[in-house]
Write a protein that binds this ligand. Structure first.
Ligand code: FAD
Length: 452
């Protein structure tokens, strides 16, 4: 059947795969996209749960994400600002809840000075790094062999400064404990977002949302090539040689000159390759793993915190919910309810996942009450995003290397194996672990295949 004979099989209909597929199709190449799930979008999923429209996966857009902003423009999608008027909340090491305006946490002058110094130092290191090749950083070897926690301990004796700076990259970004990833990976996270200062500034990094939800991006890409995307088609085996590949999914197979594995590195390992991938490829992907964060959506009859002069933004490295924001759907004129989004990361998430559903809910609501008062204990809807238990993601937000592996394996990240190429936001430079990086990876992959 000639339909099964294509130029490129794209495995995965997330933003990376769909971007590559649409570009290749527009350039006249014959493409098929094989997607395991019964929907497109991968880690982007806008869904109505118990009558509330939620961003189950990714949602925010920041000004440095120019590839994503360009794509929103191309797809005719509008954005709106996250609600941020009012005071933010911080709970410090002393357990005291304080409100504040602006981006600087209300900590002692000494801690504040240390946080400023560390921010400058991380900005300096990030400015020296090309996020596409962090292993070429002048101090790469040393920084990759020490944990971020150890680097922070080397920099300052101020525990609260360490905990806060650690928070921005550990729980809030890589979603791993700061002792579990290298200082070089931390600098990569900063460099990929245009600098550490951007990560500290919630009004920058969590600037805007997309009208109708961020899954509109993959949905609109899909609308351009609906007949070329096969849902519920998990790829299980790829037979390859230098001349091309046969891709097997279910009882079917496709012949292709090229295959793009547009899946997270951890899921590359689930596919059987024949012959097997070269040792360095098999090894490399055993050193990349998903972080763990539980994204929580808590809806109230009204956004009650606004009446108290609060923005809804809350942070504490010492609370179960380490960060929370007003996530009410400002793009829905009829919406009068208020939704908070909160996050529980890494070891705190482990502990939470060990509890029953009702004990988890109690613990989360108690943590929110610590920020917003007892009104937070009575939501009208409560939902936990299920990524960590989903076999086609199995974690959140994305994957990163263990200590020492960025310098050991990094240069192989985007290397082809015969006709097989690899792309996903997890191996992006700019936009690493973000939708922006997925678009960059998908675009550069299509450009490379078109010029080959
Ligand atoms: P994916 O979206 O993971 O797509 C891979 C696709 O491949 C999936 O659809 C999967 O089903 C499919 N697949 C896997 N294996 C196979 C197989 N064997 N056969 C066929 N198909 C297969 N980013 C932001 O920019 N802003 C945010 O606010 C943000 N928040 C986030 C919040 C959460 C809770 C999560 C989980 C992520 C968030 N992210 C955010 C990250 C962002 O969603 C991802 O970086 C991006 O969507 C990844 O796109 P991708 O196409 O590279 O990978």
């Amino acid at each position: 059947n000639s339909d099964d004979n294509v130029d490129v099989v794209v495995v995965g209909a997330g933003v990376t795969g769909l971007t590559a597929a649409v570009r290749l199709h527009e350039a006249g190449r014959k493409v098929v996209v094989l997607e395991a799930r019964d929907r497109v979008g991968g880690r982007l999923w806008t869904e109505t749960v118990d009558g509330v429209r939620l961003e189950v996966g990714g949602q925010w857009v920041s000004p440095d994400q120019t590839a994503l902003l360009g794509m929103l423009d191309e797809l005719g999608l509008d954005t709106y600002a996250r609600h941020r008027e009012g005071e933010s909340i911080y709970i410090g090491r002393d357990g005291v809840r304080r409100t504040f305006l602006g981006e600087a946490f209300p900590v002692s002058d000494a801690t504040s000075a240390e946080m400023e110094r560390l921010t400058k130092e991380l900005d300096r290191l990030a400015a020296e790094m090309d996020p596409l090749s962090p292993w070429e950083h002048p101090d790469a070897e040393r920084l990759d062999r020490m944990s971020f926690a150890a680097w922070l301990a080397e920099q300052t004796e101020d525990e609260e400064a360490r905990d806060n700076i650690g928070l921005y990259i550990g729980p809030a970004m890589l979603t791993k404990p700061t002792h579990a990833f290298s200082a070089l990976s931390a600098v990569l996270m900063a460099a990929s977002a245009g600098g550490f200062s951007h990560l500290v500034d919630a009004d920058f990094i969590l600037d805007r949302r997309v009208v109708g939800g961020l899954q509109q991006v993959p949905l609109r890409l899909f609308e351009r090539i609906p007949d070329l995307v096969r849902l519920s088609t998990p790829v299980s085996r790829i037979d390859w040689s230098d001349d091309g590949a046969t891709v097997h999914a279910g009882g079917e197979s496709w012949q292709a000159r090229h295959v793009v594995m547009a899946v997270p590195p951890t899921l590359v390992n689930r596919v059987q390759f024949s012959p097997a991938l070269p040792p360095v490829h098999a090894q490399m992907r055993q050193h990349q793993s998903f972080g763990l964060v539980i994204k929580l959506h808590i809806t109230y009859a009204t956004p009650f915190w606004r009446a108290q002069g609060l923005s809804g933004t809350a942070f504490s490295p010492y609370a179960v919910v380490h960060e929370a924001y007003d996530n009410s759907n400002e793009d829905l004129p009829s919406e009068t309810r208020g939704t908070l989004v909160g996050f529980v990361s890494d070891e705190k998430a482990d502990a939470l996942l060990g509890l029953s559903a009702s004990a988890r809910r109690d613990k989360v609501l108690a943590s929110l009450a610590g920020y917003y008062g007892t009104e937070a204990l009575s939501p009208v809807a409560y939902y936990e995003s299920p990524w960590m238990a989903d076999e086609w993601t199995a974690g959140a937000y994305a994957t990163s290397f263990d200590i020492g592996s960025l310098t050991r394996y990094g240069k192989h990240l985007r290397q082809d194996v015969g006709p097989v190429s690899f792309a996903s936001s997890d191996i992006a430079g700019l936009g690493f672990q973000h939708v922006d990086g997925a678009i960059r990876m998908g675009s550069s992959m299509s450009e490379r295949l078109l010029s080959s």
